[in-house]
Design a protein around this ligand. Structure first.
Ligand code: DHB
Ligand code: FE
Length: 273
């Protein structure tokens, strides 16, 4: 995968020209913080080479943004959520891809004929901050399969499996059929895993989750990730990204035979300024 393009496109917003003054302010401060940190711990040249080697190796070994996402991304979303109108944002993680197939109603995420996992209907509504329904909002969804693997990232899965884009109807409602995702274990053997092991992490799991980016021309895009109340690892996520307002309601789907569940989440988008 083209790492560079992924990074530039992953938020699917026109990449803004960075504010030069902002860049200068924050990068200078980061530099100062890091120099102070090195002085404080008397970081040796050898330790310095080791640390930069870890950063280089995460990219070389295909972990892309995994290391930073595990340690830092949730903090960025917390800051984005301070005083925020509309639904909270959640971490994007390293596996979003642009260009997932657009699906027609009734929506079913692309899946193998024998896709493992219990059936899940992900449903809800998209409104604006005044509570007015937003018709034609796009939900760009991606999730792991029953083995905790993502298509187009992990091997032996059809392209775009469990990835797709759907739209809300005239009243702002959406419904998509998929499977219940399992908890996701990040790679243990790569640079991120080695570092977490050194820190004594008790496990490498993230709780089960569904990723979504909600978009509409007149509204700010929302990157979110939704969790299931009571699910394993919701209180000890290796990426520390679970927040109270990112839980779906998760219930057996009434009237359906066999195992089927319904997860409901309503999104509120804020208008573009
Ligand atoms: C991370 C987040 C995810 O959603 C995921 O599937 C894997 C890793 C992360 O924050 O590192
Ligand atoms: Fe994920």
């Amino acid at each position: 995968m083209d790492t560079h393009a992924h990074t530039l496109l992953s938020k699917d917003v026109p990449s803004k020209t960075p504010d030069q003054q902002r860049v200068k302010t924050v990068v200078q401060d980061l530099h100062r913080v890091l120099l102070d940190f090195m002085e404080k711990h008397k970081i040796t040249h050898e330790e310095y080479r080791l640390a930069t080697g870890i950063l280089v190796n995460t990219v070389k070994s295909g972990e892309e943004s995994l290391l930073y996402d595990v340690f830092l991304e949730a903090k960025a979303t917390d800051i984005g959520n301070e005083g925020r109108a509309g639904s909270p944002e959640g971490i994007e993680g390293p596996f979003y891809l642009t260009g997932a197939p657009k699906l027609n109603a009734p929506h079913t995420l692309p899946q193998r004929p024998d896709e493992s996992g219990d059936v899940l209907y992900f449903i809800g509504r998209v409104t604006d901050t005044d509570g007015a329904p937003i018709a034609g909002a796009e939900l760009d969804l991606w999730q792991a399969d029953a083995k905790g693997q993502y298509s187009n990232i992990h091997p032996d899965i059809p392209d775009w499996n469990l990835r797709g884009r759907i739209e809300t109807d005239a009243e702002g409602y959406y419904e998509v059929r998929t499977i219940v995702p399992p908890p996701y274990e990040i790679p243990k053997d790569g640079p991120t895993g080695v570092l977490l092991t050194a820190l004594g992490t008790p496990h490498f799991f993230r709780p089960a989750h569904i990723h979504v980016i909600v978009r509409h021309a007149d509204h700010e895009p929302l990157i979110s990730q939704l969790y299931f109340r009571g699910g394993e690892y919701t209180d000890n996520d290796v990426a520390h990204a679970v927040r109270d307002n990112l839980f779906t309601t998760f219930e057996p789907r009434s009237g359906s035979d066999g195992k089927a569940y319904e997860a409901k989440y309503d999104f509120v988008l804020k208008p573009k300024r």
